[in-house]
Write a protein that binds this ligand. Structure first.
Ligand code: C5P
Length: 216
């Protein structure tokens, strides 16, 4: 069983993916965290030289990403918090647009899906990583609501930023993710669109559950 959840930043994908995985006894794979790990390693190793594709590819090739529960390890260092900073968020689409980086990540994601029942969230799951997933969702929400949700998360972590700046960052990120040539953010024809605007997590979950239960 494979469930693919794609959508723009802040649509609620990871929250709902974790809830579905727990309810259906499946494993959750946060593919965004993998690209975030690469951006984090790039920042640590060569600074913000995101135009240097060759070095970024070498870094991606030498980076070992591992998940343990809710923790993310990058070359055995716990980076769970570091990969969520606004700086890493801003630069992740810079590494995610590089074909060789995507190829490496997609290969690992498919390998993982071979021996796990997975709920995966990202941008290219239904289109590239798991094109044969039994259920595909495309989660969306009004951009202002997505920015407000992200602000609450950042404020809780002490990374407070103005709402307008967060909204601007999200819009830029979505534009980059939608317009790249490799694995762009796209709603595939067989994806079920779920608009999470104004809905609680439970409401979204119940809506998605009806579709999942049809194939389970
Ligand atoms: O989902 P999350 O916000 O953590 O993703 C961070 C970034 O990683 C996205 O903006 C996108 O550039 C990249 N990403 C991707 N493909 C995926 C998952 C994430 O390109 N499957």
């Amino acid at each position: 069983m494979q469930i693919a959840i794609d959508g723009p930043a802040g649509a609620g994908k990871s929250t709902i993916a974790k809830k579905i995985a727990a309810a259906y006894n499946m494993t959750y794979l946060d593919t965004g965290a993998m690209y975030r790990c690469i951006a984090h390693c790039v920042l640590n190793q060569i600074g913000d030289r995101f135009d240097n594709e060759d070095d970024i590819i070498k870094i991606a090739q030498s980076t070992v990403i591992r998940f343990e529960g809710n923790q993310v390890f990058c070359n055995e260092k716990d980076v769970t918090q570091e990969i969520r900073t606004p700086l890493v968020s801003r630069h992740t689409s810079d590494v995610a647009r590089i074909k060789a980086v995507r190829d490496l990540m997609v290969a690992q994601q498919r390998e993982y899906a071979k021996d796990h029942e997975v709920v995966m969230d990202g941008r290219d799951i239904g289109s590239v990583v798991l094109p044969d997933a039994q259920v595909k969702f495309f989660l969306d929400a009004d951009v202002l609501e997505r920015a407000k949700r992200r602000k609450i998360e950042l404020d809780e972590k002490g990374n407070g930023k103005a709402l307008a700046e967060i909204k601007n960052d999200i819009e830029k990120r979505d534009t980059n993710d939608r317009n790249r040539s490799e694995g762009p953010l796209v709603k595939v024809a067989d994806a079920i669109v779920v608009d999470t605007t104004g809905k609680s997590i439970e409401e979204v979950y119940q809506e998605m559950k009806t579709y999942i239960d049809e194939v389970c």
